[in-house]
Write a protein that binds this ligand. Structure first.
Ligand code: ZN
Length: 206
């Protein structure tokens, strides 16, 4: 018994060594990589099932990140406790979320209107509130009118807001990060009448 086990062990060791020494890693990997591809391309019914299985997992990987932000738009690029986002003539922000680094004390948002339409027709601003306050603040902002840039004066629910701008213009606002550290979720949106349905995103401290 002992001898047999020893022989088996020796044989295994040799086999392992042989494998290791041969180490045709590249051809093996290539074969392994091309095989599934061929299987997918020829795609008979029975190979399709295992071939499809990993595909949705890969495809789903980026999806939760986008879903978490509540938008299919990318997150804003943040550097030095600041970010620049864009608003367009198509009534869209170019980002769906802003992540404020917890290490920042102040954060600056610059809004660039990349369109050409005048402020009266396609005005944009950035207003930050709790997500729960967004609709009411937008509605009351509309009531405040264009002269107030669609933000009700001294609204305590408004954490920060930029001025209202038209095509080709740029505006910015800075605010204390502590204001959005707790009590969220918070959102940023454009309070121009009707725009917040499309022009909104999440803003969070991480
Ligand atoms: Zn707008």
């Amino acid at each position: 018994m002992n001898t047999r086990i020893a022989l088996l062990a020796a044989a295994c060791t040799l086999a392992l060594a042989a494998c290791g020494d041969k180490s045709p890693a590249t051809p093996d990997t290539t074969a392994a990589a091309t095989a599934p591809t061929e299987a997918v391309e020829t795609a008979p019914a029975d190979t399709a099932a295992p071939a499809e299985a990993p595909a949705p997992v890969d495809a789903a990987a980026p999806a939760p990140a986008a879903a978490a932000s509540g938008s299919d738009k990318p997150a804003a690029v943040v550097a030095d406790c600041a970010t620049e986002i864009e608003g367009t003539d198509a009534m869209q922000f170019n980002v769906g979320s802003i992540v404020v680094p917890a290490s920042c004390t102040e954060f600056k948002i610059t809004l660039k209107h990349t369109g050409t339409m005048p402020v009266a027709a396609m005005g944009h601003n950035v207003v930050i509130t709790k997500a729960a306050d967004m609709q009411a603040v937008a509605a009351e902002g509309m009531g405040a009118g264009a002269a107030a840039a669609y933000v009700k004066a001294d609204d305590p629910r408004v954490i920060a807001h930029t001025s209202l701008i038209g095509g080709g213009e740029t505006t910015s606002v800075s605010f204390a990060v502590s204001k959005i550290k707790d009590g969220g979720p918070y959102e940023f949106f454009c309070s121009f009448p009707g725009h917040s349905a499309l022009m909104k995103g999440t803003i969070a401290v991480e």
